[in-house]
Design a protein around this ligand. Structure first.
Ligand code: HEM
Length: 419
């Protein structure tokens, strides 16, 4: 890499983290990919350790599957790089844990990861999810019934947000009245938890979300019901498979991960289709294409810009770069999904594309637990929307569409349409 490349990589990283390229980061990713599969960037947490951006699919998969060489938990190496420690410092130490400050499956390695994931994995199998399809359909229809006569709606507020939060809340047993407040917290967390961003109110939201989850668990302990939270409480009470901190972290993870990302897939996916009228028309005419369109929308502009960071457990080499023990490594999923080495015409949206894989749900042991649920929800959401509202049109100038930037899950602030 020559010195001018280095400045592009610094500039690129800066732009990416500073919301500048939020509307369309893909030209920047292409520029960075041209420089290499693995490139050094300034440490987004401002620490002294080196950070690396992984731009291509092969190397991203290597990092995500090799959990001996790359850990999700830097405290197992040393504390210096810990982005969560920084946040936890600001939080009230007496506050209840959350998925971010406590011990959730996303942030632990084997064998704890497997122990935690196995406790809920049965509730997220594709077969179990198919059983939920009629209820997801009912919710989608109820939401569209409310706006059908109006001839206009905000896709985000009226459809993409309420659909997944109602589904996951029913699975978990989260009361209806609490869902709006949860949306406020998790929206703030999704936007506040990016690398290099530690807005002061994030610690406050984390604390409030943790307190809420702890209270929910206490209530359910008194009044168990036929839901996932009650099942997890029963497991915790059995003894040695799940402790209280893990229980609360797990529930806050399922609530948070279970709706924010899927809402973004539905809203951004709709916008991507509106941006490609010929693809939208084709899909509207043949709704059997929805499952393949969903995969393509995930590849083309899926919600997660990057997976969580990984940290090298030893000095190692990746695509010719020397990664030092403790360095932070960030697989850029959206760039890997546009990798010219993997896809023909990767910058084109093609809802009939056949592909071996994309990385929108991550890869390896931490690959998204909720992928089968997200797929059923997106399938029902797009099929129902296009069947009932085949003349969907954006009702504001395209340039006025406002994005929310978040590395974990990027989405739209609103998407007004007519139909
Ligand atoms: C389109 C929607 C979704 C996208 C794009 C998405 C994306 C992801 C990604 C990229 C990861 C891996 C993160 C990493 O390796 O650092 C992940 C993990 C996870 N996701 Fe999702 N997700 C979605 C929906 C859901 C839903 C509906 C749930 C339901 C509860 C969920 C629960 C989880 C959990 C629990 C993990 C952690 C898994 C582990 O560490 O073993 N996600 N998701």
């Amino acid at each position: 890499m020559n010195p001018s490349d280095h400045s592009i990589s610094e500039q690129g990283a800066f732009n990416l983290f500073s919301e500048e390229s939020v509307k369309n980061p893909f030209p920047l990713f292409a520029q960075m990919r041209a420089m290499g599969s693995v490139i050094p960037i300034p440490n987004p947490m401002g620490g002294t350790g080196q950070a690396w951006m992984i731009l291509r699919m092969e190397e991203a998969m290597q990092v995500l599957k090799d959990h001996a060489r790359f850990t999700v938990d830097p405290t197992t190496i040393d504390g210096n790089n810990d982005i969560r420690a920084g946040l936890a410092d600001k939080a009230d130490p007496s506050a209840p844990p959350t998925f971010f400050t406590g011990k959730s499956m996303l942030f632990v390695d084997e064998p704890d990861h497997r122990r935690l994931r196995v406790l809920v994995s049965k509730a997220f199998t594709p077969k179990f999810m198919e059983g939920l399809r009629p209820r997801v359909q009912e919710i989608a229809d109820e939401l569209l019934d409310r706006v059908q006569a109006r001839g206009e709606m905000d896709i985000v507020k009226d459809y993409a947000y309420p659909l997944p939060i109602n589904v996951i809340s029913e699975m978990l047993g989260v009361p209806q009245a609490d869902r709006e407040q949860i949306h406020v917290w998790s929206g703030a967390l999704a936007r506040g938890l990016g690398f290099g961003k530690q807005e002061p109110e994030v610690a406050e939201h984390l604390r409030a979300f943790g307190m809420y989850t702890a209270k929910l668990v206490a209530d359910k302990r008194q009044h168990p019901a036929d839901d996932l939270i009650s099942q997890l409480i029963a497991i915790e009470e059995e003894g040695d498979r799940l402790n209280e901190e893990e229980l609360i972290s797990m529930i806050s993870l399922l609530i948070f991960a279970g709706h924010e990302t899927t809402s973004n897939l539905i809203a951004t996916g709709t916008l991507m289709l509106l941006d490609h009228p010929e693809q939208l028309e084709r899909l509207t005419k043949d709704l059997s294409l929805v499952p393949s369109a969903v995969e393509e929308l995930l590849r083309f502009n899926g919600p997660a810009t990057a997976s969580g960071p990984r940290f090298a457990t030893e000095d190692t080499e990746l695509a010719g770069q020397r990664i030092k023990k403790g360095d932070m490594v960030i697989p850029l999923l959206k760039s890997a999904n546009r990798d010219e080495h993997q896809f023909s015409q990767p910058e084109e949206l093609d809802i009939t594309r056949t592909m071996n894989r994309h990385l929108a749900f991550g890869y390896g042991i931490h690959m998204c637990l909720g992928a089968p649920l997200a797929r059923v929800e997106a399938d029902v959401a797009f099929t129902t929307l296009l069947r009932r509202m085949p003349n969907l049109r954006l009702s504001i100038p395209r340039d006025n569409v406002a994005w929310h930037f978040a590395l974990s899950s990027q989405g739209l602030a609103s998407l007004p349409v007519t139909f």
